[in-house]
Design a protein around this ligand. Structure first.
Ligand code: SF4
Length: 467
């Protein structure tokens, strides 16, 4: 599908006398939408760390048999979509290595923008690398860092990492949660009902585990999970201007997740409301592209006074298979994933609400699907501004050349998609929906990056050396 792809979801658990591997499994299950290419869980018992990881979805990777040996009190887990480095087992996480100070495992959500420089430094010191992942670079840097404790080693290494990182780090007797000082992606921590703590990319996963008293890991913090009070260390001051990823609210996060004090579902409703004020349409019905655009369609309908109805039925499982469709099925295109509800569309002038257009290769077929089902007009409304710049902080949107809004004007896009009208929500409208005036990264819309990026960098750039 034509959607930005998130890099990963991470989880960390300290729960004495619990089956932490099984808890991590269900936590990862709740984060499956953040990465569907590989999954892994590492567990420590005070002496050693055991790991199981593989390519595939969480439910494909883990079985009762391979979870059983993962016994201990401390766990971290990772579900992966590849950002730096393509999807293969070598890049699957957590990374686990032996160090002078005992075993160390690391799970990373995000993307560093200075990986090339950090890799070169490691290679010059004779440190071998097995994968093309920036997360392996981070693991090896930590292993060689100065400091008497892991918290000190983390604190001494963090200034060298430029970019987006939410980490869960496992040692033989501890779990740490770490967040970059820009605060690009969410990481929250909660208290488990049975004692101990859990940390996860989204509050939805923490609630799945029954957590209460949930709070964010603040930008620049290192938190050691424990049975009672959390041990919190402000390792780096938060950047004066935070750079939360707006796309977490627009598309990535589960609608039941909270971030920056905002409910994702409520933000999406307000995005639809703003869109209806900015770009009304002479139409009969508002139809969302499910699932992430459904709250926005509710908001658009509320403000416009138009009825809201289902127009697409989504096969929620089609994206979750590694079996490639046959050529004749592939020609069906979006019909493998969506079918149109003719009875709701026949003779109707439709407002179709979607959350983003990246490459622009599915909006056209979706519009056609509505027309084939009898829609008289299709007016496309998008709940964010045009994406004209790539992301270097962990969201895969492709390169400049891939982005339709970089190549085409609004009118050219409308022609390409073949809709009757096309409007994107303005930057100001989007921020109004968030109720924020600053503290967010909007670089994919504006081209103004919160830190220095190498615009020539591509996702598989390091794989020429590692094949
Ligand atoms: S560039 Fe866009 S997708 Fe990337 S972190 Fe910033 S807001 Fe998020």
């Amino acid at each position: 599908m034509d959607k930005p792809q998130h890099e990963c979801g991470v989880i960390g658990i300290y729960a004495p006398n619990e089956d932490v591997a099984r808890m991590a499994f269900f936590g990862l299950y709740a984060l499956q939408h953040r990465g569907q290419e590989a999954a892994g869980i590492a567990v420590a018992d005070g002496q050693t760390i055991r790991l199981h990881k593989d390519v595939g979805m969480v439910a494909q990777v883990f079985t009762p048999q391979n979870l059983a040996p993962l016994a201990g009190h401390f766990a971290i887990g990772h579900t992966r979509y590849s950002t730096t480095g393509s999807s293969n087992l070598r890049n699957a996480q957590p990374f686990l290595i032996e160090t002078l100070h005992g075993p160390l495992a690391l799970a990373h959500n995000g993307n560093l923008v200075n990986t090339a420089e950090l890799r070169r430094e490691l290679l010059q010191r004779g440190v071998g690398l097995q994968s093309s992942s920036d997360s392996e670079v981070m693991t090896l840097m930590l292993a060689g860092a100065k400091g008497d404790t892991w918290a000190e080693r983390l604190e001494n290494t963090m200034p060298k990492w430029q970019g987006a990182y939410c980490l869960t780090v496992l040692t033989r007797d501890g779990v740490y949660a770490v967040r970059d000082p820009w605060g690009f992606h969410p990481l929250s921590i909660g208290q488990l009902p049975s004692g101990g703590h859990a940390v996860a990319s989204e509050t939805g996963a923490l609630r799945t585990l029954g957590c209460v008293a949930i709070r964010e890991v603040k930008p620049g913090e290192i938190i050691a999970l424990s049975n009672s009070a959390l041990r919190v260390r402000q390792a780096l001051p938060p950047q004066p201007e935070l750079a939360r990823c707006t796309f977490e609210h627009i598309y990535f996060s589960r609608p039941d997740s909270f971030w920056d004090g905002l409910s994702t579902h409520q933000v999406r409703v307000r995005l639809g409301e703003e869109l209806a004020r900015e770009a009304p349409a002479d139409a009969d019905v508002v139809i969302p592209v499910p699932d992430s655009s459904t709250p926005a369609a509710i908001g658009y309908a509320r403000v416009s006074g138009l009825p809201h109805n289902d127009g697409f039925i989504k096969n929620r499982y089609i994206g979750r298979t590694f079996i490639q469709p046959t050529d004749s099925l592939r020609k069906q295109g979006v019909a493998l994933k969506f079918l149109a509800l003719e009875e709701n569309l026949r003779g109707q002038r439709v407002v179709m609400i979607d959350d983003s257009i990246v490459r622009g290769n599915t909006a056209g077929p979706l519009v056609q699907l509505l027309r084939d089902a009898g829609a008289r007009e299709v007016h496309l409304r998008i709940t964010c501004p045009p994406i004209a710049h790539p992301c270097f902080m962990g969201i895969d949107m492709g390169t400049y050349a891939d982005l339709i809004a970089h190549r085409m004007t609004l009118e050219e896009m409308r022609d390409h998609i073949k809709c009757d009208s096309l409007h994107f929500l303005s930057l100001a409208g989007m921020m109004r929906a968030l109720g924020r005036t600053s503290g967010y990264c909007n670089a994919c819309f504006t081209g103004i990056y919160p830190l220095k990026v190498d615009t020539a960098h591509t996702k598989t750039g390091f794989e020429k050396a590692i094949v």
